[in-house]
Design a binder for this molecule. Structure first.
Ligand code: GLP
Length: 241
């Protein structure tokens, strides 16, 4: 695991954007795995700024998002579908046919989950997966205790995750109780992983991750078994390492 320490959130976002841009500019076709949450917002802003200033094109880029809430219609302001449109897709020239997000309003969520892994596989897999981390070590919505062998599946969200995400909703009662998430095995199949970590709330999580002991009680710990992981974390997140 390669660790890069940067000063703050802004530098983390810019270093991550420069890294992705170097791939976007030099790859024939590129498949990105994308994350939501507060952490990658600055990265997406930097990509948009570059697109506006330098015209970097995404016509050859496809994407697969990690997860989606179950029970929110696509047009709901807090669906990850809307998040991606608002924070990235509508500002760049990526073809909407090439962007994939699990469908949280599918009639059969289990079927949707199985189909999602197959879609990624038949597409040729993910080149670079962008990840954030929950303070309890979750990646995607894989909460502590999730099997390392899991493929895309339906999850019940931990209370702490619903509380952490309640800031985007009017009240915690509105935060969905379930989600579809790429599984740990699905994430580990990505050829490369870029993990972004910022702020005090993630200090314990980063410490546990770099300590290196691997356990399903701390999902992100499996990243120690992947041979191409880059962690970009800011000084605040690094404080306990
Ligand atoms: C959310 C998302 C994850 C994200 C994590 C951290 O619940 N499902 O993909 O990485 O929690 O979120 P944040 O970046 O807002 O701290």
């Amino acid at each position: 695991m390669k660790l890069i320490e940067v000063k703050d959130y802004q530098e983390m976002s810019q270093v991550a954007a420069d890294y992705l841009l170097s791939k976007v500019k030099t790859s024939g076709n590129l498949t990105l795995g994308l994350a939501t949450g507060g952490t990658p917002k600055g990265l997406y802003e930097a990509l948009i700024e570059d697109h506006e200033q330098n015209g970097t094109s995404y016509r050859h880029v496809s994407s697969f998002n990690l997860d989606e809430y179950i029970g929110l219609p696509r047009q709901h302001p807090n669906s990850y579908y809307q998040y991606m449109n608002e924070n990235l897709f509508r500002h760049i020239d990526i073809d909407s046919e090439n962007t994939h997000i699990p469908s949280g309003d599918a009639a059969d969520a289990e079927k949707e989950s199985n189909a999602y892994d197959e879609k990624i596989r038949s597409h040729g897999g993910i080149d670079i997966q962008v990840l954030g981390i929950g303070s309890n070590g979750h990646i995607g919505f894989n909460e502590p205790g999730t099997s390392f062998d899991s493929s895309t599946h339906v999850v019940e969200l931990a209370q702490s995750t619903r509380e952490a995400n309640a800031r985007y909703f009017d009240s915690i009662n509105e935060v969905p109780t379930h989600a579809i998430t790429m599984g740990i095995a699905s994430i580990m199949k990505s050829r490369e992983i870029l993990l972004l970590v910022s702020g005090e709330a993630k200090q314990e999580a980063l410490k546990k991750l770099v300590e290196g002991s691997i356990s399903e009680s701390f999902p992100a710990s499996i990243l120690n078994n992947h041979d191409h992981v880059t962690v970009i974390a800011d000084e605040e997140a690094f404080a306990l390492v």
